[in-house]
Design a protein around this ligand. Sequence first.
Ligand code: PGA
Length: 250
Amino acid sequence: MRKVYVAGNWKMNLIDEIQPLKEFSKDIKNDIEVIVFPPFTHLQKYGEILKGSKVKVGAQNVFYEEKGAYTGEISYRFLQEFGCEYVILGHSERRNIFRESDELVSLKIKKILSSSIKPILCVGEREEERSLNKQKFVVENQLKISLGGIENNFKNIIIAYEPVWAIGTGKNASPYDAQEMHSFIREQLSSLFGKKISYDISILYGGSVNEENVKDLFREDDVDGVLVGGASLKCDKFIKIVEIVDKSLI
Ligand code: PGA
């Protein structure tokens, strides 16, 4: 069975409280990986607070070199020091605002796969691409370039389908559209890595996930969890999302 994830990407924000999530995590009945992604500067703090709990800590980005003259960048070795187990790569905000290319994302993924940290690769089309019915073409290219040439540790890869038009807009993909794309992504993973591996890779949905829509999205066969932005900034809302996913598995 594929692993189920509920991940909270705080972006360049902090949250008011985390203790209730830590407490709540003791009551999670199923094997769900709950991860929070604070800004780099707060990884240590949250790593310490959440140590020993079921909630894991991840980073929102990483560079592909281990050390050297790369002003402003962070290496996976530093992340490991904070007990970081996951890193988000290729988020659309990194692609659009910071001009990160698929080629750069590919270098990062390869480096991370040589470590113990697991990458969550974000892919997704823009609104104009969907309106031209090019969403599959766009996602296929992102996957091919970012994941091409990977030879091992496939089982550590996690994908997040995050249509750009759904991020922070309150306009989530319909469960039908999400499932259609997730199953397409799995087909692409199958042609890259083989059927067995593609079946084992978790594919999360992200883009305006909240406590109202998570149940229907998660019900879809190929939706193995969610990557939550805005709704992860309020501890009670995020807990509710985790709870709904947990209950859906019983
Ligand atoms: P959102 O963000 O939930 O606020 O739409 C999701 C994301 O960017 O990962």
